[in-house]
Design a protein around this ligand. Structure first.
Ligand SMILES: Cc1cc2nc3c(=O)[nH]c(=O)nc-3n(C[C@H](O)[C@H](O)[C@H](O)COP(=O)(O)O)c2cc1C
Length: 175
């Protein structure tokens, strides 16, 4: 990868992973990247839960009726939570940390995918968030934004084609 722009072009959501563990030093670097995220007023409301246990990953994969099942085949999931009492913009702060986790993973040759938790339901009665909160002992005042699944890719995705970007979405001076 030559440049940050190349990294962005090549980052695609990866949902199939090789049955290979992510090395401890890579996990350490990925989590350190998240801890360097910018946050409003430097409140750093986020906390991360690194999950490698196969049984827990399989249980988490069922946190939603769809869109999360591939986590069962992932060697690593990082749950992104945030203390909602620290700032009103915890969602922005946690989202920035989540994308930095993904970009750092990409830079290390890993694939990743965001699994939305906040605002989703496991079933008619249980929110995805409350299911994960009780499974992983997350305190009530922490929101659970998402899970980032990470692993060595077992699928190929085409990089973004610069020529196909919708440049009309970028306005000059006025909308
Ligand atoms: C806020 C957000 C929520 C997402 N939720 C899910 C999800 O629950 N399950 C999933 O498979 N992908 C999810 N994704 C991944 C998107 O589907 C993906 O980023 C989008 O289709 C663009 O594809 P790309 O990541 O390959 O560029 C989410 C991405 C974002 C940014």
């Amino acid at each position: 990868m030559n440049s940050f722009f190349d990294l962005l072009k090549n980052r695609r959501s990866i949902r199939k992973y090789l049955p290979k563990a992510v090395e401890a030093d890579k996990i350490s670097q990925i989590t350190k990247a998240a801890l360097m995220s910018p946050s409003s007023k430097r409140s750093n409301p986020w906390e991360f839960i690194v999950v490698q246990d196969d049984v827990t990953l399989k249980t988490l994969a069922d946190c939603r009726p769809h869109g999360s099942q591939f986590l069962a085949g992932s060697p690593l999931g990082i749950i992104v939570t945030a203390d909602t009492t620290k700032t009103d913009v915890w969602m922005e702060d946690a989202s920035i940390a989540a994308i930095l986790l993904q970009l750092q993973a990409q830079d290390l040759g890993l694939g990743s995918c965001w699994i939305q938790v906040y605002g989703r339901h496991k079933d008619d009665v249980t929110t995805t968030e409350s299911f994960i909160r009780s499974l992983l002992n997350i305190p009530e005042h922490y929101a659970v934004l998402c899970i980032i699944s990470i692993g060595y890719p077992d699928e190929e995705r085409k990089p973004y084609d610069e020529d196909k970007l919708v440049i009309s979405k970028v306005h000059s001076e006025k909308f």
